[in-house]
Design a binder for this molecule. Structure first.
Ligand SMILES: [Zn+2]
Length: 73
């Protein structure tokens, strides 16, 4: 069964092909289990951002993310 992915930033359903269920675009997936020294004590947060929302997010960074080339995923 097809698992639907929706961008948390803009609410857009990420494109996938109808028959195979393969996603036709990549997305940023973040997951964080917060620990004792946070105000979010032991809760797991997870969100997905489409590439446009990811670009919007990192545009607000004071220091850009580290980027390196990868030869395989
Ligand atoms: Zn988005």
């Amino acid at each position: 069964m097809q698992k639907e992915m929706i961008c948390n930033g803009c609410g857009r359903k990420l494109r996938c092909s109808d028959d195979s269920g393969i996603f036709l675009e990549d997305a940023f997936v973040a997951e964080k289990a917060w620990g004792y020294f946070s105000k979010k004590d032991l809760t797991r947060h997870r969100f997905i951002l489409c590439e446009e929302c990811y670009d919007d997010m990192i545009a607000r960074f004071a220091v850009p993310p580290d980027v390196e080339e990868v030869t395989e995923l």
